[in-house]
Design a protein around this ligand. Structure first.
Ligand code: GDP
Length: 510
């Protein structure tokens, strides 16, 4: 396991430059070793040196038109809340036009297939509303060919109706209007179509090209006409796909099943999915062990526009992830590793730029403070420091921690004014490294007190005393609180130790 490997690596002498990094995991181990051993090593160098070849995979170029065959449309139902989307999906699923065998238990897998008496097929995505539609759209792909816009005839066009129209339009997906609840006495389908005009949805009877079907989702009236209208539109759209070659598809739902493990519902967009196919989706891959339809029946293959449950993933992909078939497991692993590596690189880069920005801000602030203090006598400086520290206390913990990481907070105690001033003067002239600055938070005359320890603890700083003592209770307190306490009687030794401590705090480990 991780700890064992890290432990083992810690006990070997490794030449980091000569290491061949084969996987993201190994990088993690080495990173951990570097951190734990306290080696001064800039992680960024390693990544630069071991630039990986890009082994990502992408969709194939468009197919040769002669390889294309017609495919069924994939349809999403949208509309205002309570206008009958769920009811419509339920009736479509249950109605006689549905391919479900009598007595079959329909499961929710995110999509289902409807077969018309004419033999035509339609795949319905059965997560109503724009949530699913948008989340998949947001990731750059359309899983949908046609939107059925449900508008209740007794309610008319409402805000989510308008939003649905906008969604469909932005995605350039054509619409069919299902004027629902036409069984209701107060239903006014004409009004619905008129209201739609205001949103540039022009139904056929107004000279437009949008089909509007009057239905009752509840009673199941006119569902066949709605399905036929969908097929007609699909014919106009000339939906085609290549049924051969490496599979391409999209994840529309994913979940972890107690028995089956990570399971996704996939819409096949190209090729034919079969058992044994090796697939990559997002940062996970898998070898298809089983395919199921919405009736929980095992399917042997799934061609373009079919929705199937795919079992065999190593990890759970997310809805909207593009599914791509690859020739081998090795290729799948490479692609996933590349994607993980790339993500890590991106994260590192982002972290790095945040750190750099903060360093810059803090250093500037620190230099300004120091410059302001420089011309003061040391007694004036003490009261000025007091003010500065008060502000610093009011910083949020996270800001304070960041500042602490970049500086070495110091408390200086001396036997007389002159010695304290001498130390401060030496520190002022000491040209601190870029990354880490000394930060004198307090100085004074006399033995190290409990108050000094408390202060050092608060700033996570160190105490340096010159020619002063510390009572045993103060020493104990310092040990207990983890506050470094250094007492010296030779100034240059004090300064040397200080420089050592300073360089040990340099943020060399990223
Ligand atoms: P959704 O929020 O769009 O999914 O709407 P639902 O399908 O949940 O329907 C909301 C309500 O309208 C429910 O009480 C349904 O029974 C009712 N409803 C849906 N379709 C019809 C219909 O065609 N006729 C009538 N009378 N009621 C319907």
């Amino acid at each position: 396991d991780f700890d064992h490997v890290v432990e083992a690596l810690l006990n070997t002498s490794v030449d980091l430059d000569s290491l061949e990094l084969d996987s993201v995991l190994e990088e993690k181990w080495i990173k951990e070793v570097v951190t734990r051993s306290g080696m001064k090593f800039r992680w960024a160098n390693l990544s630069e040196k071991k630039e990986r070849p890009n082994r990502d995979i992408h969709r194939r170029p468009p197919a040769d038109p002669s390889h294309l065959v017609p495919r069924p449309p994939v349809v999403t139902i949208m509309g205002h809340v309570d206008h009958g989307k769920t009811t419509l999906l339920d009736s479509l699923r249950k109605s006689q036009i549905v391919s479900t065998e009598a007595g079959g238990i329909t499961q929710h897998i995110g999509a289902f297939l409807v077969q018309l008496p004419s033999g035509e097929k339609i795949t319905f995505l059965d997560t109503p509303g724009h949530a699913a539609f948008s989340s998949i759209r947001a990731r750059g792909t359309n899983a949908t060919d046609i939107v059925i816009l449900v508008v209740a005839a007794d309610d008319g066009v409402m805000n989510q109706t308008v939003e649905s129209i906008q969604h469909a339009r932005r995605a350039a997906v054509p619409m069919i209007v299902a004027v629902n609840k036409c069984d209701k006495p107060q239903a006014d389908p004409q009004r619905v179509k008129q209201e739609l005009l205001a949103h540039n949805v022009v139904c056929e009877e107004f000279g437009g090209d949008v089909q509007a079907i009057h239905i009752s989702a509840l009673k199941g009236d006119n569902l066949l006409a709605l399905a036929e209208a969908t097929v007609t539109l699909a014919e106009v759209l000339e939906l085609k796909a290549e049924p051969t070659g490496l599979v391409e598809g999209i994840v529309i739902e994913s979940r972890t099943d107690k028995g089956k493990g990570p399971v996704t519902t996939a819409i096949v967009q190209r090729g034919t999915l079969k058992r044994g196919c090796v697939l990559v989706a997002g940062k996970s891959w898998g070898k298809v062990r089983f395919l199921f339809d919405e009736n929980g029946k095992v399917v042997t293959e799934a061609g373009p526009s079919s929705a199937v449950e795919v079992v065999g993933w190593k990890e759970l992909p997310s809805a909207g992830d593009v599914i791509l078939e690859v020739e081998s497991e090795q290729r799948a692993r490479e692609a996933v590793e590349w994607r993980m590596y790339e993500e890590e690189q991106q994260k590192l880069q982002e972290e790095q730029s945040v750190i750099e920005l903060k360093q810059k801000v803090h250093l500037e602030e620190y230099r300004r403070e120091r410059a302001e203090l420089a011309h003061l006598s040391w007694k004036q400086r003490r009261s000025a420091l007091y003010q500065v520290n008060k502000t610093r206390f009011s910083l949020r913990t996270s800001e304070r921690t960041e500042r602490e990481r970049l500086s070495l907070p110091l408390i200086i105690k001396g036997d007389v004014d002159g010695s304290v001033e001498a130390i401060l003067n030496i520190l002022d002239t000491y040209d601190a490294q870029q990354q880490c600055e000394m930060d004198v938070v307090h100085f004074g005359i006399g033995d190290v007190s409990e108050n000094d320890v408390n202060m050092a603890e608060t700033f996570r700083g160190s105490i340096y005393g010159f020619n002063v003592g510390a009572s045993s209770s103060v020493r104990q307190l310092a040990t207990k609180r983890g506050v470094p306490l250094h007492l010296h009687s030779v100034i240059y030794k004090l300064v040397d130790q200080l420089k050592d401590e300073l360089s040990s705090k340099l943020p060399a480990l990223l």
